[in-house]
Design a protein around this ligand. Structure first.
Ligand SMILES: Cc1ncc(COP(=O)(O)O)c(C=O)c1O
Length: 496
């Protein structure tokens, strides 16, 4: 049942354009008719008196009376003497006709009416990407959500939900200060990145971080070097800023700069040194130093996307690019999507001190800042030691799950596949020994309902030989589930 206050909002939302060629009473009549047709004003509901509405909209009473009269004559409104004017309970023919057509309300509007960027996005819109996928083996990008200490999180959420009035106003657009303090401290301890909380910018995702970087550091036409294959959705965000994306190949040591020697200097270089997405290799120390020297020479920004840097299972950890860079041109990008859970929608950037205000302003313009409650809960989660505890548990669990999948692939597919054990990350990449075998593996996985992504989904040139490979996530799947999926997959593969 819609109450009177709700109905009143419909009238408050009426906007009469003084500059329009259309008379104000016609505009008013059209907007009330639309609200009735859309059922925002339900049948039988009372509408304001002409005097009150005239006052509310700052128009003459005559304007309102003329509009009401027209709607009464059409049968949308009914004047009921002493009890005022109401929306008719039996609606006119025209109403039935219009509601029947409601689903096609905007049918005359096509994508050609979108902006240049809008048209590109409409072309890229992919139902698979826009619909959350069922979390089944071996869908990548998913951590072990069933192992997340949900009780602790709920307890901290309850604790933080007991708000006082001071919580009802906005916090700083770059994020809740205590959380930024915790992150700054953690960056020093775990990544060797010495920074102050003022340099930490909380965003809603690595994607939003990229959007800010694109807006603040790139001009249209600027060249950005990205890994090929790499983080394609991040590339798309940078393209929205008018940047020119150039894919640079990767080899077993990471970004291969020899392939870029003759290229025009970039304004920005984006890399995933902790575990290349999607091919998993760790960038060697030599390559890190080479990359920083190249960036220094061309005065390029370097973006270090450390999306899964917490999960290293063997090999000595390399120093983060950001900590190796004496010039301060490297920007660290972290996210909590993998370390905690994907729906947390929280990530952060560590930016040079002099740029922090520009980032704050851009974040303020975009959304006034990320919602405070999840930030407060996350801060308590870190402060109470639960963050580090969870990380340690997950590191051990993921190392086991990684090995289990690695060995399972060898056991079930033997010499038909090539698979290596990465030092870090939440996924493996498996290659068919030949392209034909890889096609058979993909077809068998589809028949067996095994989930996967393909490396070519993340390649600028999906047809290139370097875009081969099947990406398999392992972090979210226990041994029983993985075993069954491997068995079904292998049985489909070997039986045809
Ligand atoms: C390379 C890379 N960086 C970062 C992310 C995390 O992005 P977000 O924080 O938007 O979930 C992803 C996606 O899962 C990724 O593949």
């Amino acid at each position: 049942m819609v109450n009177r206050k709700q109905e009143y909002f419909e009238f408050e939302a009426i906007h009469l354009d003084d500059d329009s060629q259309t008379h104000r009473y016609v505009q008013l009549e059209q907007q009330i008719r639309r609200a009735i047709v859309d059922r925002r004003l339900p049948a039988g509901s009372r509408i304001p008196s002409s005097r009150n509405l005239a006052k509310l909209l700052n128009v003459s009473r005559n304007t309102v009376l003329t509009a009401y009269d027209q709607l009464i004559s059409e049968g949308y409104l009914k004047s009921s003497g002493g009890s005022g004017t109401r929306v008719a309970t039996v609606l006119p023919e025209t109403f039935e006709h219009k509601t029947a057509k409601l689903p096609a309300k905007h049918s005359s509007i096509g994508t050609e009416e979108l902006s240049r960027v809008g048209k590109t996005l409409a072309q890229q819109a992919d139902p698979v990407v826009l619909t959350p996928q069922k979390v089944l083996p071996f869908l990548p990008h998913v951590p072990a959500v069933d192992e997340f200490p949900i009780d602790v999180w709920n307890r901290l959420t309850n604790e933080q939900s007991r708000w006082t009035r001071k919580h009802l106003v906005l916090c700083e657009p770059i994020g809740y200060r205590p959380l930024r303090e915790s992150i700054a401290e953690y960056m020093g301890l775990s990544r060797g990145v010495e920074c102050s909380p003022d340099q930490v910018v909380i965003t809603s995702s690595a994607q939003q971080s990229m959007m800010l970087l694109g807006q603040l550091l790139l001009d249209p036409g600027d060249v950005v070097w990205v890994e090929e294959p790499g983080n394609l959705p991040a590339n798309s965000v940078l393209e929205l800023s008018g940047a020119k994306i150039e894919g640079i190949p990767v080899d077993e040591e990471g970004l291969d700069l020899t392939a870029a020697e003759l290229k025009r200097s970039p304004r920005m270089i984006c890399v995933t040194p902790g575990g290349q997405w999607p091919l998993t290799m760790t960038m060697s120390l030599n390559r890190r130093l080479e990359l920083l020297a190249r960036a220094q020479e061309s005065k390029s920004w370097v973006v270090e996307d450390d999306y899964n840097g917490e999960f290293r299972y063997n090999g000595r950890p390399h120093r983060s690019l950001t900590s190796l860079d004496p010039t301060g041109r490297t920007i660290y990008m972290g996210t909590f999507s993998k370390v905690l859970f994907p729906s947390i929608r929280m990530a952060f950037l560590v930016v040079p001190p002099a740029l922090a205000e520009a980032f704050a302003m851009a974040k303020w313009l975009q959304d006034r800042g990320t919602s405070p409650l999840p930030q407060m809960v996350l801060h308590r989660f870190i402060e109470t030691g639960n963050f580090v505890k969870h990380l340690r548990r997950m590191r051990t669990l993921y190392a086991e799950r990684q090995r289990f999948l690695f060995e399972g692939l060898q056991e079930h597919f033997g010499k038909d596949v090539v698979v290596t054990l990465p030092e870090s990350g939440l996924h493996l990449v498996v290659f068919g020994r030949t392209e034909k075998i890889e096609q058979r593996l993909i077809a068998a996985a589809e028949r067996a309902n095994v989930r996967f992504h393909l490396v070519k989904f993340y390649a600028i040139d999906p047809e290139s030989d370097s875009s081969r490979g099947i990406i398999l996530g392992f972090a979210a799947y226990g041994k029983k589930l993985s075993k069954r999926a491997l068995r079904d997959w292998a049985s489909e593969f070997h039986n045809c």
